[in-house]
Design a protein around this ligand. Sequence first.
Ligand SMILES: C[S@@+](CC[C@H](N)C(=O)[O-])C[C@H]1O[C@@H](n2cnc3c(N)ncnc32)[C@H](O)[C@@H]1O
Length: 296
Amino acid sequence: MKKIDYNQLPLENLETSPLTYGSIILNKERFIQVLKEINTLNVLSTIKNRIIVLKDIITHYENDKEGILNIDINGDTISLRRDVLTSELNQILESQTLEKAKYYIKRLENGIQEVKTNKINDINLLRWKEYEEIITDSLWVLDKRDASGAHLAWYWGNFIPQIPHQMMLRYTKKGDWILDSFVGSGTTLIECRRLGRNGIGIELNPEVAQKAKELIEKEQNKDNVVSEIIIGDSRSTDIKQILGKYGIKQAQLLIMHPPYHDIIKFSKDKEDLSNAKNTEEFLKMFGEVIDIQLHI
Ligand SMILES: C[S@@+](CC[C@H](N)C(=O)[O-])C[C@H]1O[C@@H](n2cnc3c(N)ncnc32)[C@H](O)[C@@H]1O
């Protein structure tokens, strides 16, 4: 299984920088010109023949008679993941109709020329297949938990760090605010620092909160984000007031990793959700956290 490299390129550099592995650098202008030319053709088999030539070029550089691999010193280049480009070309080759083939060619051209952003995250939607770091499958298969840096896995019942990591990449932008109502050992806030997100966590157990704070401080803070842990009960902590200190009205992502009732007893504190007397009381307590925090 492919290992996730957390030191790889930041997402926003996707357009301009070479990718980490298996990438190919093309003469952008020439490649777009070739795609445009191909898209003027009106015979499906001729289009496919031209695409076969392109496919051959990206595996056998010496066969480049189109000039798409000619890189001028001042020329504009584009770096693409070779496997993704191959699959885009295959999709054109598998097209059953002229319209479909033209649609895929146009889509490839747009992905090279344009950046399509969105309100929720920093992903360029025209090149989403190329983000090695974001798992786009609905089933997240991870070979092993991330144990780098401050992720010491010392706390019983902590997050696999990849969970908050993936959630933040999908649902937030750099500089956004994340609230974790059951922050425990601070996994979310460590990931916040790595990804340049501000993080506020709430934790009932003061000793756990203290250790989490110390570990979070060990994590580099290159984007100078806020990392704050409030010791308290998530059912009554005034989040509005805490965010207000930073001039923020609301968080963009709420992460909740509560005790799963009494499967793990986190403390003897009666405010602790893991000490709820029965399932009904647990659901009532958890509901109170949701009520107060969804109103921010
Ligand atoms: C499953 S753990 C969270 C682990 C965390 N995601 C991590 O990676 O370390 C649940 C946490 O909720 C805390 N907790 C339980 N009841 C709470 C409450 N009412 N308010 C705030 N925290 C609470 C527990 O002390 C425990 O640390």
